[in-house]
Write a protein that binds this ligand. Structure first.
Ligand code: HEM
Length: 411
């Protein structure tokens, strides 16, 4: 009996200690650490709002986003205030060397192309998020959700069982089961010597199989699936979004639409487009590159360095701080005197990212886009429908929020 009482006391003592430790670590995470980071950021010459408990700038971020989501802009307007209104507001208020709070995590805004390039070229100092697909899915999920849920998801990083979240979880696990089945089938085929080597999964599995056989290390099934999903998500929305903005842009500039068509007809005549001809489409390529400039709105790098790092001549970065590496602050525009008129030359041009983690599909996507453009332009001319409302909307890539209503005229 005595033993029982002592054990009981011991357990409740442990529970109390754990509770106290839990409270201490929450206070540290929710308040002390962000305040310490804030002091260090300000000490390095960066400016931003004071940290607000748990929520940081997320309330303002969401309010600005909801406000602009209900509006449309003119085709000649700068898209930055519409696409990333809060980031734009913070930069207007605090300047280029600024930061904002995503919950208790600060993010530094980087808008100068040279600094972006410097960050992207140093993947050991500025790491890509370990799960870029997770970031994309979270971004997509958040943009569909109402503010309190999305904020709680971001702040707590916990699963909140809302209807949308539950459906998202179901879809993700259905996709996982489906893909695992496909990979297992391929594994069996490989074992029987009947493997397909003419698609991404086949090539990936073959090289992985070889690596395991020769060196004893390789990707797990889950990692193979993650790679395939990354390619699928990274490659599908991006190129179609590029095509849509190229067409919208060329409705605004019918003169350039005419020049692109002339080039396509000159190169292919009545023949179907081929790879050799696509490589000769200079005007089409330049126009696509121009439309691309505002395709991907931002990308993120985390900096986990304990030592501080001097970025350009502007400021030092260091500590466990996220770097919000933005690439959107250029306009979807071309001037009549040249296709690169308003995009400040090639200096600010980073649509495929940069450094060793540059987009692996950039050449492929340009071929895809030129093939689609060549096919459409030979058969149709097009103009914007009066019902088109210009509202670029960030969903990893930029999407036309109300669709892209175009009127096609058969040639
Ligand atoms: C217009 C089309 C495209 C654009 C604008 C684009 C843009 C980008 C950007 C900006 C990044 C780097 C993100 C970062 O640094 O955080 C990236 C990475 C990536 N892209 Fe693309 N992309 C396009 C097409 C494609 C296609 C067609 C594929 C696949 C077939 C693809 C596969 C990938 C992959 C796998 C990565 C990750 C590379 C890595 O982390 O090492 N992309 N893309």
């Amino acid at each position: 009996m005595k033993l029982k009482i002592e054990r009981g006391r011991g357990n409740s003592g442990k529970r109390n200690r754990r509770k106290r430790l839990g409270i201490v670590s929450r206070v540290n995470w929710e308040w002390l650490k962000p305040k310490k980071l804030e002091k260090s950021l300000r000490g390095h010459g960066l400016a931003g709002n004071p940290y607000r408990l748990l929520i940081g700038d997320l309330g303002d971020y969401s309010a600005f986003a909801s406000h602009t989501k209900s509006k449309t802009i003119s085709l000649s307007d700068d898209i930055a205030p519409h696409v990333l209104p809060y980031v734009h507001h913070v930069i207007q208020k605090y300047g280029k060397n600024s930061f904002m709070w995503f919950g208790p995590n600060p993010r530094v805004n980087i808008v100068e192309p040279d600094l972006m390039k410097e960050i992207m070229s140093k993947p050991n100092l500025f790491q890509k998020p370990p799960d870029p697909l997770g970031e994309i899915i979270t971004a997509i999920a958040n943009s569909f959700q109402s503010f309190p849920d999305s904020v709680r998801r971001l702040v707590n990083c916990r699963f909140i069982p809302t209807k949308a979240n539950k459906r998202m979880k179901e879809v993700i696990s259905e996709l996982q089961v489906l893909l695992r089945g496909v990979v297992r089938k391929r594994e069996k085929a490989m074992e029987m010597g009947e493997a397909r080597k003419d698609d991404l999964l086949g090539i990936l599995m073959e090289s992985n199989f070889k690596e395991i056989r020769e060196n004893g290390i390789g990707l797990s099934i889950e990692e193979v699936i993650a790679e395939c999903k990354l390619f699928y998500f990274g490659g599908s929305g991006t190129t179609s979004s590029l095509l849509v903005w190229t067409m919208i842009l060329l409705c605004k500039y019918p003169h350039w639409q005419g020049r692109a068509r002339e080039e396509v007809l000159q190169v292919f005549g009545k023949e179907d487009p081929d790879l050799d001809g696509l490589n000769r489409l200079k005007v089409v390529r330049s126009l696509s590159l121009t439309a691309l400039n505002s395709n991907v709105t931002d990308s993120t790098r985390g900096s986990q360095n304990s030592k501080s790092y001097e970025l350009g001549r502007s400021y030092k970065l260091g500590g466990q701080r996220k770097v919000y590496n933005k690439t959107c602050f250029t306009n979807l525009d071309i001037k009549s005197n040249g296709v690169f008129g308003a995009t400040n030359g090639k200096v600010s041009y980073l649509p495929f990212g940069g450094g060793p983690r540059v987009c692996i599909g950039q050449k492929f996507s340009m071929i895809e886009a030129k093939m689609a453009i060549a096919t459409i332009f030979r058969r149709f001319s097009f103009e914007l429908s009066p019902s088109y409302a210009h509202a670029p909307f960030p969903l990893f890539t930029l999407q036309p929020q109300h669709g892209a209503q175009l009127i096609l005229h058969k040639l």
